[in-house]
Design a protein around this ligand. Structure first.
Ligand code: CA
Length: 228
C-alpha cells in the first residue's frame, strides 16, 4: 500500500516541489499550510508520516508536534521536521518535542526521501514484508490467507484489509475515521458504526475457539491490535 504523507508547510512553492518529488518517490500526499488543520487531518486520514515545517503562521510546527505526541492515536506517528534554522540548539529542541528526525532547508529531495524511508522502516518494519506475523496470527499477503495458531481463518475482504492495516502497525491505536480512510478510502461515505460492525466480524473470526482477543478497544479513541 502506498504510504500517505501529511505535508504541513506554508511556502506554496516548496509545497509544489515537495509534492512532485514525494509522489515520484512513491508517496501519496495531503498538504496543508495550517498547523490547526493538520491536527484535524490526522483524525480524518490514515497518515503514515508527517513532514512538519518548523515555522508556521499561527500554531508553530513545534506545538503541532507536541500535540501529536500527546494524543493516543498519533503518539507513535513518524514526524520529520523541516527547519530553515541550522542552529544546533533548535535542532535539539526539535528532537525534544518528539520529532523522529529533522531536515534543514533548502530540502534536497533525494535526502528527504531517504530519511523518510529510514524513519518509516524503523516505525513500521512490517511494511515491506510478504508475510506479516503478530502473536499467533500469520498473514500471507501473496496467498491472501490468514492463519491463527496454524489454523486457516476465513475473512471477508474488508476484514482482511482491516487486519492487514493493524498488522502492519501493531500496537498503534486507530480512530474509526483513520480506519475508514485506510480501509475504504476517504472518497466514500462510511458510517463509523460500519467500522464497529467489521471489527466485530474480524474479532469473531480471529477468536473462534475461545482464543484470546487481540483487538483492543480504546475508549473514546478507537481500536488497536495489541497482545497486551
Ligand atoms: Ca514556514
Amino acid at each position: 500500500m502506498t504510504p500517505l504523507v501529511l505535508l504541513v508547510e506554508d511556502e506554496t512553492a516548496l509545497v509544489d516541489v515537495l509534492r512532485y518529488n514525494l509522489e515520484r518517490g512513491g508517496f501519496d500526499v495531503v498538504a496543508t499550510e495550517s498547523g490547526e488543520r493538520a491536527l484535524e487531518i490526522v483524525d480524518e486520514r490514515a497518515i503514515d508520516i508527517v513532514l512538519l515545517d518548523w515555522m508556521l503562521p499561527h500554531m508553530s510546527g513545534i506545538e503541532v508536534c507536541r500535540q501529536l505526541r500527546r494524543r493516543t492515536t498519533t503518539r507513535d506517528l513518524p514526524i520529520i521536521m523541516l527547519t530553515a534554522r541550522s542552529d544546533r540548539t533548535d535542532r535539539v529542541r526539535g528532537l525534544d518535542t518528539g520529532a523522529d528526525d529533522y531536515i534543514s532547508k533548502p530540502v534536497a529531495p533525494d535526502e528527504l526521501l531517504a530519511r523518510m524511508r529510514a524513519v518509516l522502516r524503523r516505525a513500521r518494519p512490517a511494511l515491506a514484508e510478504e508475510k506479516l506475523i503478530y502473536a499467533d496470527i500469520e498473514m500471507s499477503l501473496s496467498e491472501y490467507k490468514v492463519r491463527r495458531g496454524g489454523e486457516l481463518i476465513a475473512l471477508g475482504p474488508t476484514e482482511f484489509r482491516l487486519l492487514r492495516h493493524f498488522m502492519e502497525r501493531p500496537g498503534r491505536v486507530f480512530s474509526r475515521n483513520q480506519l475508514i480512510d485506510a480501509v475504504w478510502g476517504h472518497d466514500f461515505y462510511i458510517d463509523s458504526r460500519t467500522v464497529d460492525v467489521h471489527i466485530r466480524r474480524l474479532r469473531k473470526a480471529l477468536n473462534a475457539g475461545k482464543k484470546k482477543d487481540l483487538i483492543r478497544t480504546v475508549r473514546s479513541a478507537g481500536y488497536a491490535l495489541d497482545a497486551g
